[in-house]
Structure formats: C-alpha cells, structure tokens
Design a protein around this ligand. Structure first.
Ligand code: GLN
Length: 233
C-alpha cells in the first residue's frame, strides 16, 4: 500500500546481547526494554527500520561513521559521547557495579591489586573501571560482549568485572554465579539514551522524545519495564 511504501526506513544498530535491554528470544527475535520502546517509536512515527545487532563498540562506531542512523543499546549519556552524537532524553537510569564470582573472598577494590579485571570495549563501565585502575593496581583485559566477559569471571580467569547494575542484576537473577560488591555505592553512570550522529537525523531524536513522553503518560513505558523486570520486585 502507498502509505507504507512512503514510510522512511532507518538503519538502527544495537548490542547483540545486553539483556534485559537488547537480547534474543527463543525464536531469535530481538526483544528487551530498548527493543520494545524502539518498536513503539517507529509505529507511532510511521517509520520502519532495519536492526543491526553486533558488538556494542561496533554498533556505536557505525552511527559515528554514518553507516547507521541511530543506536539504542543501553547506551549511557556521557559528555564524551555528546561531542560525537545527538542524544534523546534519558529513558532509564543506571549505575556501575563491580562484580566478582559468587562467594569470592575479594570484597574490596583493594583486593584486586595485581589481579585481572574484565572490561567491555567502548563502554561507560570500562571507563569507570579504568578510572580506578592506577589507584587499585589491577590489570585489565578487554571483551567485545557482556556474556563472554561474565564467563571469564565465572571461570576464574578474571577476578572481577565492571558492568551496569540493571544488566548484572538481570544476569544474576537468571542464574549467573556472580556477585555485586558495591550495591549501595554504585559508580555514577547517568542514564540511557537513544543516539544519532551529531547533526544527522534530528527527526529521529524528536520522534523518540515525543513518543517517550507519550509512553510515560499513557503507561506503556512502565508496562514494558515491568514486562522484563517485574519479577525482580
Ligand atoms: N551502558 C554501557 C555504556 O553506555 C554499556 C552499553 C552496552 O554494553 N551495550 O557504555
């Protein structure tokens, strides 16, 4: 039909594995808080999109290089990123946790001296970890995806990792044998936003912000969050 043929199609990149924000269901369909919000933004603003799931670092680069129109990937709004991207209003608050294997004897950052810490390339949590490196004297090892990074800690190859609180909480809830060490003292990581390349696709930012506002007012935002996190409460 003519109306849908005229709808613009955008390329949106995302993190291939960042539950509960971006991940695949049993039928390999992308789901999660980000994906459900994005779907609604597209629907209410009459556009379609081609989703490109990949390593977070590459997904962010794709937008910076102009190979994708936008990214939604549990991506935190930082001053550094504001130089490169235009960003939506914040849609989810986060904080950075430091994490060990469940039952680990390491309980203070000072215990990490000389040990290896697993970090995910290009993330705000990695920057946070790096900001503590010289003070606490740990070594770092980089990963492209969160699941492989977690496994390195579960296996005891890395002593600890840094990741966003809602993401690690979801993983632990789903059985990963890891433990958050600073639940009451999380690193500041701001909030997640939707990003486009600076100066490009301002209509996407406008669409995201207006739909987010509507979704908060009509309850559909909370419904999506509850769908993925309700059993946590
Ligand atoms: N929240 C982190 C960041 O903004 C990591 C995002 C991700 O790994 N998908 O950098």
């Amino acid at each position: 039909n003519r109306a849908s043929a005229a709808e613009p199609n955008y390329v949106i990149s995302t993190d291939a594995t960042y539950a509960p924000f971006d991940f695949q269901d049993k039928n390999n369909q992308y789901i999660g808080i980000d994906q459900d919000i994005l779907k609604e933004v597209a629907k209410r603003n009459h556009f379609t999109y081609t989703l490109k799931p990949m390593a977070f670092n590459s997904a962010a680069q794709m937008v910076a290089n102009g190979q994708a129109d936008g990214i939604i990937a549990g991506m935190a709004i930082t001053d550094e990123r504001k130089q490169v991207y235009d960003v939506s209003d914040p849609y989810y608050n986060t904080g950075v946790a430091w994490i060990t294997k469940k039952g680990s004897k390491l309980t203070s950052l000072s215990d990490l001296k000389g040990k290896t810490v697993a970090l995910k390339s290009g993330t705000a949590a990695a920057n946070y970890g790096l900001s503590l490196q010289s003070k606490y004297g740990f070594k770092v090892k980089y990963f492209n995806d969160t699941d492989t990074m977690y496994n390195d800690v579960v296996n005891g190859n890395s002593a600890a990792t840094f990741e966003d609180m809602p993401v690690i909480q979801y993983a632990i809830k789903n059985g990963l044998k890891l433990q958050v060490q600073n639940a009451n003292d999380l690193g500041n990581a701001g909030a997640y936003g939707f990003f486009v390349k600076k100066g490009q696709n301002p209509q996407l930012i406008k669409a995201f912000n207006s739909t987010l506002k509507e979704m908060k007012a009509d309850g559909s935002y909370q419904k999506i969050v509850n769908k993925y996190l309700k059993s946590d409460q």
